[in-house]
Every structure is written in structure tokens, then in C-alpha cells.
Design a protein around this ligand. Structure first.
Ligand SMILES: [Zn+2]
Length: 769
């Protein structure tokens, strides 16, 4: 009873906050004007100590506190207050225009939280301002930033911390330090910048919509699944300079500085990558919305100002241990969480030249003569960096990594130059599709059309997020206009957004390959190119005094082969996805036709679980290998078998059985899979290849594991990983059938060369039954 009363009280407190009208919420904290004559904070260093002067008019006003690590960005809204002769720095709760309050600390239901308390330096306490010494706070305190992927200042080592400088800028104070801390079990002293900046008036926000692929304001920190939580999307403040014009220049364009650390020869390509988005912003009504400047020098204070957006060239690739990291790039954001306004966005170009070239080689070498010799010409390598810059720029504008419109481009348009020129081979640069490897050499597709670029869905996304509505338009009309744009997805399927929540639900959600409306057909074409690529490896690797390149290219080709197979597998137990609100007609998840699922299964049995010799035994391996270990192809085959049988896939299939006349699908699937896997049993005990033996044993082992799964799992989330008793029963029946089949065959073919192997198989079956 007591606990019920307590719960009710908590509920009342929570709902009373949540019910604040958005307008009222915003006004709960007053902010500092970004222009005018009133002074902001000012800093000075004396005797190695850092002092801040806080003008009276700034007390209790919300400002932004930022922190810059190498590739991480952190920020929070804070206010300075005076309390009985002391100055208190508080982290504030943020009243979002979406109508909810973002707490000052997870789970804390209060409007602020104390970060630090400072004595007022009385000697300097002149009228109109208060002076505090913040050296300890900046150099030694473990400040807990709210961003999960933000800067971590944990495990401080104070004796390794240094104050390096401070600078007052326009409505901004920046502080440069080197912070001692323990990272990777080592004591290190790393450069960290801090900043205090004024917050402008809140911009007009746009509500989060689960059907669109934009980050919610807090990015990684919030996930609503297939629902709309109270949140804004993250987007820039773009306002038309001439609101009457259909297409106007913005009052303030989004401006990027390409850091001087970017090698000069690549700068024009990074610029071009960002500028690929110009037409997208035009579709939202903005001309020249982006400005990209190449600079030969960049002042460190300007580089860390809240007003700069910098494209960095990750220096890790120049250091041993990380020189060959394979990732493409990443980004950093600083967001005004009241509205979702992106205040600053940085791009970190990660990939090395070697990485981008080798990834291109394994997809496009047969289709692009320039890629048949290393090093590639700069004009090609530069274009590969351009693709990464364009993708990261999409993040900077607020768009997530996702699988936009996949499974809807026609497979037979992937070699059509006209289609590729207008539509590209994937609707969005934000998809992990990579280079188009479906055209055949005889299609003579110009190589520039093989590269991923900003596409129709990217333009659509920017249009939805950035279109400015007339000032006198009612909130309801704006909502309706946005809803109409979301509904364009009904007729243009490649505008659809979907993102893997917990599982790859179907062919709209695959990565690393070109996703078409017929994955089997397009994979057949792509595999022809993978075969050609493997044929090209010896030539591009000759002239090297070691085998590194050959091994890498071969490994990457096998990986790509596997990705193609995983793409086909998405059809099995798969659904087409179209996120919809309840009022929209039709289902969100549309089953892939059963014939297509079985076609995919047959394809995998034939091409993946029986790997072709051109893949497993290329001639160049004879010279370099001395053991069957490691066997990457077999490793992928074994993983594929497990993936074919996971509880989540089988449960999706069980769901299909609810459709009239579709009973018995799980049974039909397991039967067809097992028959295909053990087809040698029907072939009079012919030779069973070494890899096939491992794959067959993996199947039996896995079923054994399924049978051992805990009988009763009460935690609903854990059931995601556990097979139903219904499917366990079907698997058991088929394993019993397999046992009988092996026994019968052994009786008839005692002297067969492989009978010992089948004895082993039988032993394993018996051990798991
Ligand atoms: Zn990304």
C-alpha cells in the first residue's frame, strides 16, 4: 500500500513536468543574448591559475559548457549562481520544446544539479562581477558529461595535468589544457579544450518522427523503437534570407573548414563530397546552404570555437598500431538540446588511402581499368575519399546510418547508365551499400557511375527536415504538411527509412552490398565480379616484396562473398519493411513470398554451403599456404548455418504460419535445409568434402545446443534468443530422421570410403538427441 502511494506521488511529479506547455518550458531558464553590448565571461591566467570573471547579469542564466577531446565532443547546459558568498556552477535540466524535460543527470527529477562550488576571490570582487578560480575544476575534477560517446575525464592523474591557455572570444571563453588520466592502463596526458558559450534564442524545432531517419536531439542517448517519443530531431538552424522567395540563400549557411592537416591533394574531393548535398538543400528551399573553405592554417582557438565546423584528417593512420584501421570516418556534434539545433558538426576522415583503394578493388577492379594497378591514380583515390566525406556530411546534417529504401531499386537497372546517373545504385549515401559491383564488364558502365553518391532519398530527407514554413502558418498546418511528406513513402518505396532494431528482418536491412529488389539475381551477377577480382589479385600483387597485399585482397574478397550470401539469406524468414502509423493503410511488415524465400535457400545450399573452387583454392594460395588453417571460407560457412537456424529467424517464420494456407512452413524449411546439407547421403556415400563435413557437423552441434536451451525462460527479452518448443520439436523430428537415414546407409555401404565419417556423424547425432 505504502509503495502504491509513493508511486502515485512520483507519477504526479513526473506528469506535472511533462504537462508543461512547450513554450512555458523554454522560458523556465533565461538565456544570454548572443549579441549586444553586455559582456560575457572573461578569463585570465595568473601564477598558473585560471580565473573567470562572471558578470552579475550572467548569474542564473543558461549557457553552454563544452568539452573537446580528439574525436569526441561533450556538452551540457549550465548556469553560474551566487549562494551566500560562494559561486555555484550548476548543470541544468533542459526544457525541450518537444514538451519534456531532459534531467540534469539520468533519473534525477530536479531542475539542476551542482557541478562545483567556488569561493569568490574577495580581493578582486569588484562591483558588477565575481571572480572565481576554476583551475582545479578544469584540471582535476572528473566532470561527468551526459553523452555516452563523449569525452571521458575519468581516472584523473592530477600531477600530469597542465593549464596551457585561455582565450576570450565573442560570447565565448575557450580553455586549453592537457589532462592527466589513465587510459588503456597507461598514464597519459591528453589535449582537452573546454568552452563556455552563450546560447541564442531557441530555434523552431521539428518533432521527431520514427518514420524518418533523423537523430533525435540527444542522439545515442534516446531510442524510441517504432514509436514517437517527445523529442526533436537534430538539425541546423537554416532560415531563408528572403522568405518570400521559393529558393533563397540562408541567413547563415552551414560553413565547414577543411583542416590544414588534410593533405592538399585530397581537399577538393572532401569539399566536393560535402557540396554533393547542395541540391538536397535546394529541394528544401535553400540556395548555397553550404560553404566549404580550404584553409592553409587554422588557429587552435578558432578550431575549437562553437561557431566552427571542421573536417579533420584522422592522424591515427600515421601511428603504429592504428595505421591500417579499416573504418571510413566519423563525426562529432554539439547540439542545443532545447530544440535539437546542431550548433557544431565535425567530420573526422578515418580511412587510409590503402583501405579505400583495396575496398574499391574488390568490388570494381573488373569494371574500372584504373583500379587494376596499385597505386590508383589520385583522381580515383580522391573520389573514394569524396564518398566518405559525403556520407559523414549527411550525419552532420542530422541523418542516421540506416537502410534507406533498400530492396526497392530494380536489379536490372544496376547496369543501366542512365538510371545510375540519375538515381545511383542505392537511394542514399547513408546506406552501407559501397561501390556497385553488379554491372558486367560488357555493360561498359562508366566507372564514375559505380560510386555511391547523395541520392534521391537524401534529397527527400533534407526536404522534410529543413523546409521552412511561412511564419503565419499554424502549427497544425505545418504538422499536416510534414505528414504529407512522410506519406510520399507510400508511393516512392525507396524513400522509406528502416533501421535494424535487434535483428536483420529482411532484405531492406542488409549491409556491404548493393541491395536490389531481387537479391538472388543481383548476387549472381555480383559473384561473377568477385570471381574476376580473385583472378586479378596475382597481377596487382606482383612486384611486391611480401605477400601482404595479396592476403588482404583475398581476405576482403572472401568477406565480400560472405556479405553477398548474408544478403541472400535476408530473404529467408524475411519481411519487407515500411514503417507506418496506425492510421496508415497496410502492414508495416510484409512477408517475402515463400517461393522467393525457398529460391534463396536453394541458392545458398548450392553456392554458399558448397563453396566454389575459384574462391577456396585460388592458384596463388598453393605457394603461400602450409596448412588448412586458417580457413576463412569455412568459418563463414559455419556461421551461415548458425544464422540460418537462429531463434529470431525461425520465429519470424512461425509468424508466417499464421497466414491461412501457410501452416507447416518451419517444417518445410528445416526439411529442405537438412536435405540440402546432407545431400551426399542420397548420393550413395560419395565423397564428402572437408568443408562440407565441418558444415554438416556444425548443423548437428547447433541443434544439440538448441535442445539444451533452458526449458522455461521467464524473462521476455531472453526469449528472443530461445527457440520455441514448437520449432525444437520439428528440429528433433528431423534429426531423428537424419539418424535413421545415416544408419540405413551405413548398413548398405559398410565398405564406403566415407563410412567412418558417417559413423562419426551418427555418434554426434546420438550425443545430442
Ligand atoms: Zn555513418
Amino acid at each position: 500500500m505504502k509503495s502504491i502511494v509513493l508511486l502515485c506521488l512520483i507519477f504526479l511529479v513526473l506528469t506535472s513536468h511533462a504537462n508543461d506547455s512547450p513554450k512555458k518550458s523554454v522560458q523556465q531558464h533565461t538565456v544570454v543574448a548572443t549579441s549586444g553590448n553586455q559582456s560575457f565571461l572573461s578569463s585570465f591566467i595568473k601564477g598558473g591559475q585560471l580565473y573567470l570573471d562572471i558578470p552579475d547579469h550572467l548569474l542564473d542564466k543558461s549557457i553552454l559548457f563544452t568539452c573537446y577531446g580528439r574525436m569526441r565532443r561533450s556538452y551540457m547546459q549550465v548556469a553560474w549562481s551566487k549562494h551566500y558568498g560562494k559561486i555555484v556552477l550548476k548543470r541544468q535540466a533542459i526544457s525541450s520544446t518537444s514538451g519534456i524535460i531532459l534531467p540534469p543527470s539520468n533519473g534525477l527529477v530536479q531542475m539542476d544539479n551542482i557541478l562545483a562550488i567556488f569561493p569568490i576571490e574577495t580581493a578582486d570582487d569588484t562591483p558588477g562581477h565575481h571572480r572565481v578560480n576554476i583551475t582545479d575544476f578544469i584540471l582535476r575534477q572528473d566532470i561527468e558529461w551526459p553523452q555516452k560517446m563523449g569525452v571521458s575525464l575519468q581516472n584523473t592523474v592530477p600531477k600530469l595535468s597542465l593549464l596551457l591557455g585561455a582565450k576570450d572570444m565573442d560570447n565565448e571563453v575557450l580553455i586549453k589544457t592537457q589532462r592527466g588520466m589513465i587510459k588503456n592502463k597507461s598514464k597519459v596526458s591528453v589535449p582537452i579544450f573546454f568552452g563556455f558559450g552563450a546560447l541564442g534564442p531557441p530555434m523552431e524545432s521539428r518533432s521527431f518522427d520514427f518514420r524518418m531517419g533523423f537523430y533525435a536531439d540527444e542522439k545515442m542517448e534516446v531510442r524510441f523503437g517504432l514509436k514517437n517519443g517527445a523529442a526533436n530531431i537534430a538539425r541546423w538552424r537554416l532560415e531563408k534570407k528572403y522568405p518570400d522567395q521559393e529558393i533563397s540563400v540562408p541567413i547563415k549557411p552551414i560553413t565547414f573548414l577543411i583542416s590544414p592537416e588534410v593533405p592538399k591533394k585530397w581537399r577538393p574531393y572532401l569539399k566536393a563530397g560535402i557540396e554533393e548535398w547542395l541540391p538536397a538543400f535546394e529541394s528544401a528551399g535553400f540556395k548555397d546552404a553550404l560553404v566549404v573553405k580550404e584553409v592553409d592554417s587554422l588557429d587552435q582557438w578558432q578550431a575549437h570555437s562553437i561557431h566552427s565546423n571542421v573536417v579533420y584528417w584522422n592522424q591515427r593512420k600515421y601511428f603504429r598500431g592504428s595505421e591500417y584501421e579499416d573504418y571510413g570516418g566519423t563525426l562529432g556534434h554539439i547540439i542545443d538540446l532545447r530544440t535539437g539545433e546542431i550548433l557544431r558538426g565535425d567530420i573526422f576522415m578515418g580511412a587510409s588511402e590503402r583501405t579505400v583503394c583495396e575496398k574499391y578493388f574488390v568490388r570494381a577492379a573488373p569494371l574500372d581499368k584504373r583500379a587494376q594497378r596499385f597505386p590508383f591514380p589520385d583522381a580515383l583515390t580522391g573520389r573514394l575519399f569524396q564518398v566518405i566525406a559525403a556520407h559523414e556530411a549527411g550525419h552532420v546534417f542530422g541523418i542516421m546510418d540506416a537502410n534507406f529504401g533498400e530492396y526497392h531499386y530494380p536489379w536490372n537497372k544496376m547496369n543501366d547508365s542512365l538510371w545510375l546517373r540519375i538515381m545511383g545504385h542505392t537511394p542514399s549515401i547513408m546506406n552501407y551499400t559501397r561501390t556497385n559491383n553488379i554491372p558486367q564488364p560488357e555493360d561498359s558502365v562508366p566507372p564514375t557511375l559505380l560510386l555511391q553518391k547523395v541520392g534521391p532519398t537524401d534529397r527527400y530527407n533534407i526536404q522534410w527536415a529543413y523546409t521552412e514554413f511561412p511564419a503565419d502558418m499554424s502549427a497544425e498546418d505545418k504538422r499536416d504538411a510534414l505528414e504529407r511528406m512522410v506519406r510520399w513513402q507510400d508511393s516512392v518505396p525507396w524513400y522509406r527509412f528502416n533501421i535494424n532494431q535487434m535483428e536483420v528482418v529482411g532484405p531492406n536491412a542488409s549491409d556491404e552490398v548493393v541491395e536490389t529488389n531481387d537479391p538472388v539475381k543481383s548476387t549472381k551477377l555480383a559473384l561473377k565480379n568477385v570471381k574476376r577480382v580473385i583472378g586479378l589479385i596475382p597481377e596487382v600483387s606482383s612486384g611486391q616484396n611480401e605477400d601482404g597485399r595479396m592476403e588482404r585482397l583475398y581476405d576482403k574478397s572472401i568477406q565480400l562473398w560472405n556479405n553477398h550470401m548474408l544478403h541472400v539469406l535476408t530473404l529467408v524468414g524475411g519481411y519487407d519493411i515500411h514503417y507506418k502509423a496506425l492510421g496508415q493503410p497496410g502492414d508495416q511488415f510484409i512477408p517475402i513470398p515463400w517461393e522467393d524465400q525457398m529460391e534463396a535457400l536453394d541458392f545458398l545450399l548450392e553456392n554458399a554451403l558448397e563453396a566454389p573452387e575459384w574462391l577456396t583454392e585460388p592458384p596463388f594460395l598453393e605457394r603461400t599456404g602450409y596448412s588448412t588453417f586458417p580457413d576463412h571460407v569455412m568459418h563463414y560457412q559455419q556461421k551461415l548455418v548458425l544464422d540460418m537456424l537462429t531463434a529470431r529467424r525461425i520465429k519470424r517464420m512461425e509468424n508466417l504460419e499464421k497466414i491461412p494456407d501457410q501452416e507447416g512452413l518451419v517444417n518445410a524449411y528445416i526439411e529442405r535445409l537438412q536435405d540440402g546439407l546432407f545431400k551426399e547421403l542420397k548420393e550413395d556415400f560419395g565423397h564428402v568434402d572437408r568443408r562440407r563435413q565441418e558444415v554438416q557437423m556444425t548443423y548437428i552441434d547447433y541443434l544439440g545446443m538448441v535442445f539444451k536451451q533452458k526449458e522455461t525462460v521467464m524473462d521476455i527479452q531472453s526469449r528472443f534468443f530461445v527457440h520455441s518448443d514448437y520449432s525444437k520439436g520439428i528440429m528433433m523430428q528431423h534429426l531423428l530422421d537424419l539418424k535413421k537415414e545415416i544408419e540405413n546407409r551405413l548398413k548398405r555401404n559398410k565398405e564406403s570410403a566415407t563410412s567412418a565419417y558417417w559413423q562419426l556423424c551418427l555418434k554426434k547425432v546420438n550425443s545430442v538427441l
